[in-house]
Design a binder for this molecule. Structure first.
Ligand SMILES: O=C(O)CCC(=O)C(=O)O
Ligand SMILES: [Fe+2]
Length: 300
């Protein structure tokens, strides 16, 4: 790594701006250094990089296998591994989330290239979900440990695309525990009734979004951001009224590991016992599918 590399922390919780590295030309040693910095700061910003699509994809591949966005179309670049979001009046990604958490294997890390951005507005915020977990009181941490939750792609019109993950996950490299439920994709806590689940998910979403767990970044064209989806969530501030275009490559290959063993049975009501039974249908179908997958994997 170049001696010129500078690391400027943006908050005490997460986020650092990195200068003195050309992301067009990085070797294995620099990839290791970026991975190290990511473990420390969770989200890194590299201003003035101006990567083209090929350099962006090549950068992503240094960190692991890439995925295109599984649900959304990619009308501009049509590149299979680039997810592009363009907007001119806000309304993009303005709910807290970690990327692709509705997949059995959510994204490990995302690498975003800011192509065009407003002079003012359109900032992105990231929250440190590990700090948020640690700051909970012991009884609430204890309740969350061992719970699991259903995530789905309803925001992309595909509720049938879903997966169940631990509510508290253990980071595979740091072993830190982090909350892994988000406002955008998490539908239901498996072991709680719909009403209880709604309350707890809403509470955790508001808890995570507290300013003390967050960094807010103002973009400039050509900045690259790299973040760890295993211990952060992000949110785009929808306050802009001029063109904002981002391109993302998404590094895959992660299966969330529960921080604690399951302690309770899923809340399943197969029979219709009242109006709220409709809320159990999706959960029951997902649980049934997972049991069937498990059984057929055992036979293989
Ligand atoms: O536009 C942004 O700043 C981030 C959008 C987003 O959620 C993503 O690329 O994963
Ligand atoms: Fe995102």
């Amino acid at each position: 790594m170049s001696h010129d590399l500078s690391v400027n922390r943006l908050t005490t919780t997460l986020g650092a701006e990195i200068r003195g590295i050309d992301l067009c030309r990085i070797g294995a040693g620099q990839v290791d250094r970026i991975n190290e910095l990511l473990l420390e700061h969770m989200v890194l910003f590299f201003p003035d990089q101006h990567l083209d699509i090929d350099a962006h994809v090549a950068l992503g591949k240094q960190f692991g296998p890439l995925d295109a966005h599984p649900n959304l179309e990619n009308p501009f670049t049509r590149h299979p591994q680039i997810f592009e979001l363009a907007a001119s009046h806000g309304g993009v990604a303005d709910e807290w989330h970690s990327d692709i958490s509705f997949n059995a294997e959510p994204s490990v890390m995302s690498i975003l290239n800011m192509i065009e951005c407003p002079d003012v507005g359109g900032d992105t915020m990231w929250a440190n979900t590990s700090a948020a977990y640690d700051a909970l009181s012991a009884p609430i941490r204890d309740l969350c440990d061992g719970l699991s939750a259903l995530h789905d792609a309803t925001p992309h019109g595909q509720p049938e695309v879903n997966a169940i993950h631990p509510v508290v996950r253990s980071h595979p490299l740091t072993r830190c525990k982090a909350l892994f439920v988000n406002q955008h994709f998490t539908r239901r806590i498996v072991e709680l009734s719909h009403e209880e689940s709604t309350l707890l998910l809403d509470y955790l979403a508001r808890w995570i979004a507290q300013p003390r767990f967050c960094v807010r970044y103002h973009w400039r064209k050509g900045t690259i951001a790299i973040w760890d989806n295993r211990c952060t969530q992000h949110f785009v501030v929808s306050d802009f009224d001029s063109q904002r275009v981002i391109q993302r490559v998404t590094v895959m290959g992660d299966t969330p590991e529960a921080a604690a063993a399951p302690r309770w049975e899923p809340y399943t009501r197969q029979e219709v016992v009242g109006a709220t039974s409709r809320y159990d249908q999706q959960l029951n179908a997902a649980l049934e599918r997972d049991v069937m997958t498990l059984e057929s994997n055992r036979k293989k």
